[in-house]
Design a protein around this ligand. Structure first.
Ligand code: GLN
Length: 578
């Protein structure tokens, strides 16, 4: 079904549900029809306070008590989704199983909870308006003036409550992007106010994340910015229930009391959220502050006992006591901005823990590597990952890097564009196709070893039109890929338009690059490898999107393991250096 078709079908269901629910709400004034409880997370004072990590950590604590929790993010920008945004603007674009291009915070949600998110978990102002405007064109509001209130806020409300009405979740945490006071966030804040009015305080909670700056000259923590941001929230009719204070120094009991008094929250509802060594410490820190107990009490849920975080704690223990270390290069063109490769960095952390090994990731700008200096940049590395990407900037550097690690037996993982560049490098330097290329960068090249997928050729729109989301892949037995995954059938997430050109399959396989993973439905190549190399794997999909604390990804585990092996084996290194 098309998106519009889906939305229509969905809308009919929602209208039906709304009619039933309105009868109920007439019968029982303000009685909740929702099974789930809702927690909203807003931010004040400044952006980048870590609302996503806070939401994921709170969710982890509640999950550890047996609740089924999901987290969603509402972003106040006009893009329909972040898929068309440059990573410099917005960091990595995270792709869900069902093919939504979403905010990178959804990656944190999945990594913490080990539960997949979906299209419904990320909503932007653009998507809300697109939906309402489409309905207006269909005549759904005939005769009415379509307005921010009630039409936009009703649509936001419908989407905010949606996951809680599926019966799949006990608690829905909603992170509101941006900072309170931003003009564009106002409809969201107003919608939360309405939801509280409709469902009541025992079913809805607002956690407000704020910054308590430390003034060095005065040697003092300052509460005024927080007071102002809470006042701002109150001016929209919203009272935070819990104040989460980001701070570099411990908050004294006096300061907490002062914050509680001036911000009108209970004294146990001022939660200290200190800067931690790793984001994975945050759930335990918040547990020490009794955040989960305060939340449960306010939502009138049982408070007894403690969250079971045994697996989480053992992950942390291993993270903090590695028995070895490897240095793996990450070649990409957005390395100035760590958020652009967020999931890759996190996957290395998970895979490092699985190997009791600290992975030192060395970022290398793809534009810096030329034919003469590859050894200088890469010679000391134990392994290499060439990152995904779009467009031609830096691709020759990626190709040079791949040539070096292929010839020097350094373990290599190429992801999406990284895999495509490995295919091009092999085409040029092993098969002798001097102009081997991808039609993305050179549409007229003779040897288009990477070419646009047939189904992509007729597409003109850029937004949401790539090959997106999870697809099946069959792995050939006896291959490196099989050794890594330990099974023949896998499913991985995608985000690309170009693919290995199957016309060249025979040339590649005869010369020693094997297509070890294939999509069973359309024969697209999903995995390539070089059997004569100790560990050389390129994947058309994005394994980094599926690595979680509980389920580190086998490809990353494999790369780290192979890198440890290479580091341990100085003979192999010497032979290559000779
Ligand atoms: N630009 C390439 C494509 O569209 C690779 C995309 C990616 O690395 N995600 O096929």
């Amino acid at each position: 079904m098309t998106e519009v078709g889906e939305q229509r079908a969905f809308h009919s269901l929602i209208s039906l549900r709304d009619s039933v629910s309105s009868i109920f709400s007439h019968l029982f004034y303000r009685k909740p029809i929702n099974m789930a409880k809702y927690i909203f997370v807003t931010g004040g004072v400044t952006s980048s306070l870590g609302k996503g990590i806070f939401a994921a950590s709170l969710a982890k604590l509640l999950q550890g008590r047996g609740y089924r929790v999901t987290i969603q993010k509402f972003d106040p920008y006009i893009n329909v989704d972040p898929g068309t945004l440059n990573p410099y603007e917005h960091g990595e674009c995270y792709v869900t199983e069902d093919g939504a291009e979403t905010d990178l915070d959804l990656g944190h949600y999945e990594r913490f909870l080990n539960v997949p998110t979906s299209q419904a978990n990320n909503v932007t102002t653009g998507r809300v308006y697109q939906y309402v405007i489409n309905k207006e064109r269909e005549g759904a509001y005939l005769g009415k003036t379509v307005q921010v209130i009630p039409h936009i806020t009703d649509e936001i409300k419908r989407r905010m409550l949606l996951l809680g009405q599926t019966g799949e979740f006990d608690i829905v945490i909603t992170e509101i992007g941006g900072t309170v006071g931003d003009i564009e966030a106002q409809p969201y804040v107003e919608t939360v106010r309405q939801i509280i009015w409709e469902l009541g305080h025992s079913n809805v909670l607002v956690c407000h994340l704020t910054l308590i700056p430390y003034l060095k000259s005065a040697k003092e923590l300052k509460t005024k910015p927080t007071q102002h941001s809470v006042k701002e929230l109150q001016s929209y009719g919203l009272q935070p229930d819990i104040l989460v204070c980001r701070t570099e120094h411990d908050l004294s009991e006096d300061l907490k009391r002062k914050l509680a008094l001036f911000c009108n929250v209970d004294s146990d509802s001022v939660i200290q959220a200190s800067d931690m060594e790793t984001i994975y410490d945050v759930p335990l820190e918040l547990q020490k502050e009794n955040l989960d107990k305060t939340v449960l009490r306010k939502l009138q849920l049982p408070v007894e006992g403690e969250a079971n975080l045994d697996k989480w704690k053992s992950f942390l223990t291993r993270l903090k006591a590695p028995t070895s270390e490897v240095r793996i290069g990450l070649v990409g063109k957005y390395i100035e901005l760590q958020d652009a490769y967020k999931s890759i960095f996190e996957s290395f952390i998970h895979a490092g823990v699985a190997n009791n090994c600290k992975v030192e990731v060395e970022c290398i700008h793809s534009e810096d590597i030329d034919e003469t200096n590859a050894a200088e940049y890469l010679g000391h590395l134990d392994g290499l990952l060439v990152a995904p990407g779009f467009g031609s900037r830096g691709i020759e550097g990626k190709i040079n890097a791949i040539k070096y690690v292929r010839e020097n037996n350094i373990p290599f993982l190429g992801i999406c564009l990284g895999m495509q560049m490995a295919v091009i490098e092999w085409g040029r330097n092993v098969l002798g196709f001097k102009d081997a290329h991808s039609t993305e960068m050179d549409p007229t090249c003779q040897h288009a070893v990477i070419a646009m997928m047939e189904e992509q050729k007729k597409i003109v729109n850029k937004g949401g039109t790539m090959r997106l989301g999870a697809y099946q892949c069959e792995i050939k037995s006896g291959t490196k890929a099989f050794e890594i995954y330990g099974k023949n059938s896998i499913s991985e997430r995608h985000r690309h338009r170009y693919e290995f050109n199957n016309q060249y399959m025979k040339d590649y396989e005869k010369s020693g690059m094997l297509a070890s993973g294939i999509n069973p439905e359309n024969n697209l190549v999903e995995i390539v490898e070089i059997p004569s190399h100790p560990w050389f794997v390129g994947v058309q999909f994005h394994p980094e999107l599926k690595s979680t604390v509980e389920n580190p990804h086998p490809l990353f585990i494999g790369l780290v393991k192979a890198s440890m092996e290479r580091k341990r084996n100085p003979v192999q290194r010497k032979m290559q250096e000779a």
